[in-house]
Design a protein around this ligand. Sequence first.
Ligand SMILES: Nc1ncnc2c1ncn2[C@@H]1O[C@H](COP(=O)(O)OP(=O)(O)OP(=O)(O)O)[C@@H](O)[C@H]1O
Ligand SMILES: [Mg+2]
Length: 319
Amino acid sequence: MAVLIAEHVSKKYGNTVALQDVSLELKQGEILGLLGTNGSGKTTFIKILATLLAKDSGKVEIYGYDLDKDRNEHKIRSLIGYVGQDTERSAYARLTVNENLRFFGRLRGLSKQEIDERIEKLCAYFDFASNLDKEFMRLSGGQKQMVVIMRALLHDPPIIYLDEPTKGLDPIVAKKIRSFLKEYVTEEQKTLLLTSHNLSEVDELADRVSLMYKGSNPLLGTSVDLKKELGIKEFIEIRKESLPASVDEKITGLKTVLSRVETDPEWVSFGVSAFFEGIEEIMRVLREEGIEVSFRHRSVTLEDVFINCVGVLDEKFDH
Ligand SMILES: Nc1ncnc2c1ncn2[C@@H]1O[C@H](COP(=O)(O)OP(=O)(O)OP(=O)(O)O)[C@@H](O)[C@H]1O
Ligand SMILES: [Mg+2]
């Protein structure tokens, strides 16, 4: 069941086109990852879906409520939990975590008992009970982010928007937040829309991904399908320092080599549609040239899909 339907949403800031005809559906219980280069419109789109920003045209329906026609804004907002990109300013520095959560719970119109129950439940999910009496300003970046997420979940919203929830966090804390989120969303059957520039994070969490590009969203699907569509099965990688430019060029020109990318400063990646055929062809060139190289191989990642797609779109846009 679609719990959110966005159709042909467009938005300009003055002369800057931020969104152009974006359509998207969120299904109950799914996690959707919104990817895109800086300035591609992710935050603008999420803010519109969170009723924090007005769109110029298009239509958004959340649980059947039309954001334009239904005047029951309170009801619509109660269905949404939103965490923006600015963590520091999302809670009071000198209040404790507990005081912050209670204050925002009361703002939401929750009773004392409801607030108690929610804080207890969220602290269990986020393993946070031991920090409740600490002042917000004394928490680490990761702990602050958890408080801000808990704040957004206090009123138990069925739809959650998180704009770069693990930005600036170390990999261990980021992983912790991901696993808490996954558990919460799965067990409580919530629907989550998140943005991130960490593509392996999105791959790990999201059921579907949508790529935004210059205000539109040309790519939408499961990570597995998008990887399949890329047509590349594996990447055969050769250490750059062991590969003369002329040989690099020869390998790039092989029929079995579908792409050449450098996602790692020390390695050149050649995308092939079939591993054995690819490696045989590359070996043949290396034998002919009489050189030895260091090899490794890896599977296709969401980052490959992203880089390829943005590259193709950039080319289309430029011509
Ligand atoms: N308040 C604003 N006033 C004017 N232009 C804006 C404003 N907010 C965003 N924009 C412009 O709208 C476009 C989309 O910005 P947006 O913040 O939605 O992108 P984003 O995908 O969230 O980027 P990032 O990955 O950097 O967070 C950009 O061109 C940006 O410069
Ligand atoms: Mg943004």
